[in-house]
Design a protein around this ligand. Structure first.
Ligand code: A2R
Length: 311
């Protein structure tokens, strides 16, 4: 019997046609009234959900899917997936690690260069006919100290790239990694004090929320730059805005924000800030590979096989 699958979030373009071929597909409408009507009609039949890390699986939806067996999410963040509730019900959950590691690491390096070399501001100048006017100078990346908060898959890929810039690399996470020679700091505060650029690549959630706070920003200091390609909530955003406005840190490059897609007004006016719309994995190749993993995980489950990339 073909399983009923609910598509509960935006999907890479290659997902829907493939799911449609193998399953009985229901794409959740974006307006709430139509979505509610669909769930009332098919909710009890749904056995699988395809979603993404941002839209996740709200508890309210989970509660209306009593026959749910498996969730495949595009992305690696699990903060919106209500993992505990899903696991308590024995629901299998898959995400898409590894396929996005290199693209996200590339984006981290791109952001570090963009903020230090004023690439976005210089581009705005040229387009506005201002050429060099008011641009000032950028600052160097090569040979500087890079602190990595979270030397996991992406963190290591960032470090590998940073080595080519002759950067001196240090990191903080809960457990030191015996396989690397980078300097380990057992506290984020001491890492920040030992960094010219501090890059955040930890997962979101209660353990990391707000960990880049005023103290950490002050340890990074007026010559320090913050880059965030992890989760917006890891940074105390009001404190970051204060630190930037008061020159207590030099700049910031943010792919992620605390309350996306809301952008604090103050950040929009700051030339020492580079902003991106949570786009670090946004290459055609990466999204296609993420989409394929969503499809392959759902197919594996309904073929009676283990998930390829379980949480
Ligand atoms: O703490 P450890 O030893 O488990 O190291 C992990 C670190 N990490 C933390 N570091 C400090 N304090 C915490 N509370 C904490 N929780 C986790 O983050 C590990 O080195 C790293 C995560 O690495 P992976 O699991 O390999 O994730 P991946 O693929 O590098 O992606 C990282 C995050 C995603 O969760 C998204 O939020 C974002 O990048 O795109």
């Amino acid at each position: 019997m073909t399983a009923d699958i609910l598509v509960a979030g935006r999907m890479p373009a290659n997902v829907i046609p493939q799911l449609d071929q193998h399953f009985h597909l229901h794409v959740l409408p974006t307006d709430k009234a139509s979505a509610d009507a669909m769930i009332r009609e098919v909710g009890t039949r749904i056995r699988g959900v395809a979603t993404n890390a941002a839209q996740g699986l709200p508890l309210e939806l989970l509660d209306q899917l009593p026959g749910l067996e498996v969730v495949a999410s595009s992305g690696i963040g699990t903060d919106a997936l209500n993992l505990n509730a899903a696991k308590a019900r024995g629901i299998h959950v898959a995400v898409t690690p590894d396929v996005l590691t290199n693209d996200v690491a590339d984006a981290g390096i791109a952001l570090m260069l963009a903020v230090s070399r004023k690439l976005c501001m210089a581009e705005r100048n040229v387009r506005a006919g201002r050429w060099l006017k008011g641009l000032g100078l950028g600052y160097r990346v090569t040979g500087k100290r890079l602190g990595i908060l979270g030397l996991g898959r992406i963190g290591r890929a960032v470090a590998k790239r940073a080595e080519a810039f002759d950067m001196s690399i240090a990191y903080h996470q809960r457990t030191p990694n015996p396989d690397v020679s980078y300097r380990y700091h057992d506290s984020l505060l001491s890492l920040a004090a030992d960094s010219d650029f501090l890059m955040i690549i930890v997962p979101g959630g209660p353990a990391t929320d707000g960990m880049v706070n005023r103290e950490v920003l002050d340890a990074l200091g007026p010559d320090g730059t913050l880059i965030n390609i992890g989760r917006g909530a890891t940074v105390d955003e009001p404190e970051l805005i204060r630190a930037l406005a008061e020159g207590r840190i030099r700049g910031a490059a943010l792919d992620v924000l605390a309350n996306e897609p809301h952008v604090p007004e103050a950040l929009l006016t700051m030339d020492n800030v580079v902003l991106q719309p949570h786009f670090a994995s946004g290459t055609e190749e990466c999204r296609a590979e993420m989409g394929q993993l969503v499809v392959d995980n759902l197919r594996a489950h309904f073929d009676g096989k283990p998930l390829l990339t379980p949480v």
